[in-house]
Design a protein. Structure first.
Length: 294
C-alpha cells in the first residue's frame, strides 16, 4: 500500500499528507483549493483533478474533510471515489463525523467491494505537523493491520477500537473530555485573575499537581498571551460538539456540561470568532465576567 490518495488539504490534512511523503509514500492529492494541491506537488506529491482521479491511481484513499456531507460528496458524488475505486480499494476517513453516518458509508462502500476504516485523530495542527497524533480506528481489524504503516507515519498512538463507527465514537469522547478540561482552565484562570494572582505562576503551580492537563500547559499560556491562532477552529469544534450531543441524544444520554460549553463556543462565534482557535473560549467567559486575563 505504497500509493496513497489524500482528499482534503486543510489545516490538518496538509501537514499529514506531507508526513506521508516524508515516510516514503507516493501521495496523490485533491482539494477544492488549487493552491493547496500545488503546495503538495512542490513537496513531492502528485496532483489529481477529482476524488475519482485520486482513487483511480492509488490503493488507499484518505479523506480529511469537515463533516459527513463532505465525506459523502467526495465518496459518492459526481467524480467521487466510487466512480473509479476497484474492489479491494480501502477508504480511510480521518474526518470527524457521526458514528451513524460512518456506518452507513461503510455499508454503501462494502456493497461495491470497497473497504472502509474510520480513523479520526486528536492532537491538533501541531500533532499533525509533528506526526504525533492519536489515531482511533474503527472497521475490519485485518484491514487496519494492512493500513497500520500509514497510520504510523501520521501518529504516535494508534488504537484499534472495534467495528465501524468505533473510531468516531472514541473521537467524540475525546472532544467531550477536551472541551470540559478547556472550560476548567478558563474558569481557573478567571478566578486567579479576580483573586490578584500571577497567572503564569498559577499555570506553573497547577501543572505540577492533580489539575495538570494538556489544555492547561498548552492553551493556558496562549490565553494569557491573547494568541488565538487556530490549531483547531472554533467552528469545527462547534460541529464536533453538535455531533456529540446528537449522538448522546440518540443513546438517551444527558451531557449537560458539554451542552453548556457548546453554548459558550456559540458566544465566541456570535462575536465573529469562528475562525479562531478553541482557546478563544476564554473570551466568552471574559465577556460575562467583565474582565480580561490578558
Amino acid at each position: 500500500m505504497n500509493r496513497v490518495g489524500w482528499i482534503g488539504l486543510g489545516i490538518m490534512g496538509r501537514p499529514m499528507a506531507r508526513n506521508l511523503l516524508k515516510a516514503g509514500f507516493r501521495v496523490v492529492g485533491s482539494s477544492r483549493t488549487k493552491a493547496k494541491v500545488d503546495e503538495l506537488v512542490a513537496a513531492g506529491g502528485e496532483a489529481a483533478q477529482s476524488p475519482a482521479d485520486v482513487a483511480r491511481r492509488v490503493e488507499v484513499t484518505i479523506t480529511m474533510v469537515p463533516d459527513a456531507p463532505d465525506v459523502e460528496a467526495v465518496l459518492f458524488g459526481t467524480d467521487g471515489v466510487v466512480e473509479a475505486a476497484q474492489p479491494g480499494h480501502v477508504v480511510v476517513d480521518m474526518s470527524t463525523i457521526s458514528p451513524t453516518a460512518t456506518r452507513l458509508f461503510a455499508q454503501r462502500l462494502a456493497s461495491r467491494g470497497i473497504e472502509m476504516l474510520d480513523a479520526p485523530v486528536s492532537g491538533g495542527e501541531s500533532g499533525a505537523r509533528e506526526g504525533t497524533l492519536s489515531i482511533m480506528v474503527g472497521g475490519n481489524e485485518e484491514v487496519f493491520v494492512r493500513c497500520r504503516p500509514i497510520f504510523e507515519a501520521l501518529g504516535r498512538k494508534i488504537t484499534f477500537m472495534g467495528a465501524h463507527g468505533s473510531g468516531q465514537m472514541t473521537k467524540l469522547c475525546n472532544q467531550v473530555a477536551g472541551v470540559l478540561t478547556l472550560q476548567s482552565v478558563v474558569e481557573a484562570l478567571l478566578l486567579a485573575h479576580a483573586g490578584g494572582l500571577d497567572l503564569h505562576r498559577v499555570i506553573e503551580a497547577l501543572s505540577a499537581g492533580s489539575a495538570d492537563s494538556w489544555n492547561l500547559r498548552n492553551q493556558g499560556p496562549k490565553m494569557l498571551a491573547r494568541d488565538f491562532a487556530p490549531g483547531f477552529f472554533v467552528r469545527l469544534q462547534q460541529k464536533d460538539l453538535r455531533i456529540a450531543l446528537e449522538t448522546a441524544a440518540e443513546l438517551g444520554l444527558p451531557l449537560p456540561g458539554t451542552a453548556l460549553v457548546r453554548e459558550l463556543f456559540r458566544v465566541v462565534e456570535a462575536y465573529g470568532g469562528g475562525e479562531l482557535g478553541v482557546q478563544a473560549l476564554i473570551t466568552a467567559l471574559e465577556r460575562m465576567a467583565a474582565r480580561s486575563v490578558g
